[in-house]
Design a protein around this ligand. Structure first.
Ligand code: GCW
Length: 845
């Protein structure tokens, strides 16, 4: 390069640096999640300027090596500092990293807290031989690793470290995630791409992502991961598959994450060639024993098995008239000599219940089946209990089984992947919901016994207990399909470590680690996160009625009717006269009787039951007045409008961060998602409100439901090529109809003349983005093209309906009275360029 050319480049680079200070250049695609180690700026950096330059690590185990590397990596990222590693104390300040034993050999004069144990850590600023040192010590090596991550968090928050003195021990020994990955690479209820573990029936050759996942998990204290679907393929236990699993365990090990797998209880028969899998048959016991030995030869630190049995068509002990305890114990006894455990899921229920019988109640199942077995489980069995009695609905009471086992280990199962909660396309921070269950007082033996203290094992002095979270991360760069959804993985893990953390603390930590310490950014995102669950609840299913999604399909868009008249038992029993499940002892299914007497008082009567769970526990007329003073039906209408309106505010809030989150990829990604959510919340609002209007026959006192003055239905436009079709269920499209462009026509249009006054408007085009082809749309006003787009999203349905209804917003459009507005659609590969309606909205100032 010629000298002048070189100078020009240097000049340009300098100029760009002035325009974009270092932090703005920190491009981010979400891969690093909360471990970004973004450079600290100015004042923040000054606070940690005195950080030592030497790192003393005496031990040399793989876990300590990981810890050391992570500390070096974090400091390099945040402070641009390189740590020098030594084995002995230098004659200057230093960071000392290791186990208590390491620490004792280096500086015997120190007095670490006596209570430090298990996976806990101690962080302290201490003077050693006249020098300021930072101690990062764990009772175990894993504890030391957790200490490193905790210290790095403090640095990211620019905390003052000069008086550091903190000891933490996790509240729960079991802090596991479950991933529902199939061996073919698909993930059941996964919304972040294909499996990071499996492809084409085998473990992936490249397990880099598995290792990086373990790092993310370790950074927040997760110590176990079950990698395959609970609907388990027996093949995981074959001799050719086990060595492949061992490779996943190898990828996890440097991060202290132990591997577990889901197993199919019928494996002794389907795989082992026995003619039975009856748990009390000695050949079955022998088969499991030998299988466990085979596994532990390959994976000496194997964590254990997760079992889903007699549930949703899975084989189980009921085939032989045996109990879950018989089944759990046969497996547990095989694992016991190796210190392995069995997590046996309490999600056992009959999905062919007779819906005509008002006494039938799926919510009763877990308690009815497991409570009588309380003293029957071996000590290395843990019963894994979903947090609510149904299935991860938008609001459920705490499962009574969480308070129904006193002589059995239990873990609470939470769902991080947002199956019923908007599937990562809707912003929904679940920590506040989980906290309600964790803090719920079961009042056992007339004592304060919150769920979190029962699950941890504390209340009944059980050695094992804790949390299992269904994570379902995938190959998407940002792991869960949406960077905001990672707040749930983070929050789950933080609660598993310390369930007493508040939702606000967790949201604040995650936001700062993910987006930096700018107080405006933090305040805004915290406020969005903390209000996102009530918002989602408002426009999906209120008053404890359930999510009201299509339970027979994707579990995504609205499907109010789908809960009824089938054996799945997610009934809300809405009919012309009223709504809700009567689960009282006096007149209902008796479910309330599964709680302690104190808790029964909270739910048995209408008067006592909180509005938020009213329809879960009682059947009431639509005109029943809530504690708020509103009727049930008006509450349903109002909450759906409020919820949808709030999603609009989310978009505005996020937009206010445009220049603060920078030119970050994540900014645009999240914005697009929030706009999508805003449109889909309206689909939800209208579907649910119209369904209830039809069933109850009671109009909305505010006149909104069924009246949409700003809308022009596609079927009422002038159609060329497009033809109206009925949508099923009808409330999932405006007016019950859409227009589709079908063969032999290959291009269609729908037009109308604007009959409002001249002005600036926002045009909302409600169309259907089926998940097959990539239809094209164009919008023209007075013959001039204003917008075009391709419907290339992969929403979870092929059909035109509530899952696929999508809104395109075109802002700031000048319209004159009489202008022709035309939508053109070009179908593609079975996707019919379907349109529902156009809405013309005066733009906000
Ligand atoms: O929520 C339901 C899901 C199923 C899942 C099941 C379970 C793995 O719809 O996909 O199966 O729960 O938890 O076992």
């Amino acid at each position: 390069m010629k000298r002048s050319g070189f100078l020009r480049v240097v000049f340009l680079a300098g100029f760009l640096l002035i325009l974009y200070p270092a932090q703005k250049l920190h491009a981010d695609n979400g891969y690093d999640a909360w471990l970004r180690y973004a450079p600290l700026q100015g004042a923040e950096r000054a606070k940690v300027a005195a950080f030592p330059s030497t790192l003393v690590v005496r031990g040399d185990s793989p876990l300590l090596e990981t810890s050391q590397k992570e500390l070096i990596r974090g400091l390099h990222g945040m402070l641009g500092r390189e740590l020098r590693v030594e084995k002995e104390l230098p004659k200057e300040s230093a960071v000392i990293l290791g186990t208590l034993a390491d620490l004792n050999s280096l500086a015997p004069e120190l007095h670490p807290p006596a209570e430090l144990q298990a996976d806990g850590y101690w962080l302290a600023s201490e003077r050693i031989h006249g020098h300021d040192c930072i101690i990062v010590a764990g009772a175990t090596e894993r504890g030391a690793l957790y200490g490193v991550f905790a210290l790095l968090r403090k640095i990211a928050f620019a905390e003052d470290l000069s008086h550091l003195q903190e000891m933490q021990t996790p509240a729960n020994p079991i802090r596991w995630v479950n991933d529902w990955d199939n061996l073919d690479g698909r993930i059941e209820r996964g919304y972040g791409g294909r499996s990071i573990f499996f492809e084409n029936g085998a473990v992936r050759a490249d397990l880099t992502r598995a290792g990086d996942y373990a790092r993310l998990l370790a950074s927040v204290g997760i110590n176990g991961c079950v990698v395959n679907n609970v609907n388990a393929n027996p093949r995981v236990l074959t001799p050719d598959f086990l060595p492949q699993l061992a490779r996943i365990a190898d990828a996890f090990r440097p991060w202290g994450v132990r591997l577990g797998i889901s197993v199919d209880l019928s494996s002794p028969k389907s795989l082992g060639g026995l003619d039975t899998f009856d748990p009390i048959d000695s050949r079955v016991q022998l088969w499991w024993t030998e299988k466990a030995e085979e596994i532990y030869r390959l994976i000496p630190d194997f964590a254990g098995f997760l079992v889903k049995a007699d549930s949703e068509g899975r084989p189980g002990p009921s085939s032989y008239g045996r109990t879950p305890a018989d089944a759990a114990n046969v497996v547990a006894r095989a694992l016991q000599p190796h210190n392995g455990i069995v997590m046996y899921r309490a999600f056992v229920y009959d999905h062919h219940l007779d819906w005509r019988n008002p006494k039938n109640d799926r919510a009763r199942a877990a308690y009815d089946i497991f409570h009588p077995l309380d003293d029957k489980f071996d000590d290395n069995v843990i019963v894994q209990i979903k947090h609510g009695p149904i299935d991860f609905q938008v609001r459920e009471p705490a499962s009574p089984l969480l308070g129904g086992l006193e002589k059995t280990n239990e873990v609470i199962e939470l769902q991080i992947t947002q199956e019923y909660m908007g599937q990562q396309r809707h912003l929904c921070f679940l920590v506040p919901m989980w906290k309600e269950t964790l803090d719920f007082d079961m009042h056992l033996h007339d004592r304060a016994t919150p769920v979190k203290n029962i699950a941890s094992g504390q209340v009944f002095r059980r050695a094992l207990g804790g949390f299992a979270g269904v994570a379902n991360v995938g190959l998407d760069t940002n792991w869960m399909g949406n960077p905001m959804a990672m707040a749930n993985l983070y929050g789950f893990a933080r609660l598993a470590w310390d369930p007493n953390l508040s939702s606000a603390d967790i949201s604040d930590e995650w936001t700062r680690l993910t987006f930096g310490n700018d107080p405006v950014v933090d305040r805004t995102i915290d406020s969005m996160l903390l209000s996102s669950w009530p918002t989602y609840e408002n426009y999906t299913g209120q008053l404890g009625i359930g999510t009201l999604t299509d339970i027979l399909g994707s579990h995504y868009g609205p499907g109010v009717e789908s809960s009824e008249r089938n054996g799945w038992g997610q009934w809300h029993r809405a009919d012309h006269d009223g709504v809700g499940m009567d689960r009282s002892i006096a007149t209902g299914t008796g479910y309330v009787g599964q709680y302690s007497p104190e808790v029964q008082k909270e739910f048995e009567t209408l008067a006592a039951t909180p509005d938020s769970l009213l329809l879960f526990f009682h059947h009431v007329p639509f005109t029943y007045r809530l504690k708020s003073g509103k009727t049930v039906i008006q509450h349903i209408y109002d909450s759906h409008y409020e919820g949808a309106e709030r999603t609009h505010v989310f978009v505005r809030m996020w937009e206010s961060l445009r220049n603060l989150v920078g030119d970050d990829e994540r900014y645009e990604f999240v914005l697009k998602g929030l706009k999508y959510q805003e449109g889909h919340a309206i689909v939800w609002r209208d579907a649910v409100c119209n369904w209830f209007l039809r069933v109850s026959g009671i109009p909305d006192a505010k006149g909104r439901v069924g009246h949409y003055p700003k809308r022009i239905e596609a079927e009422s436009m002038q159609l060329t090529g497009y033809a109206p079709v009925d949508v099923e269920p009808a409330e999932n499209a405006s007016g019950g109809k859409a227009t589709t462009c079908q063969a032999p026509v290959s291009e269609c249009s729908a037009s109308f003349h604007f009959n409002g006054t001249d002005g600036t408007y926002q045009l909302n085009v409600q169309y259907f983005d089926q998940n097959n082809g990539k239809a094209k749309f164009r919008v023209l006003v007075g013959g001039r093209q204003l917008d075009e787009w391709i419907a290339d999203d992969t929403l979870p349905n092929l059909k035109i309906g509530g899952d696929t209804s999508t809104r395109r917003q075109i802002s700031k459009i000048t319209l004159h009275h009489g202008d022709e507005i035309r939508i053109e659609g070009i179908p593609d590969d079975g996707e019919l360029a379907a349109i529902d309606y156009v809405e013309i909205d005066p733009t906000s100032p």
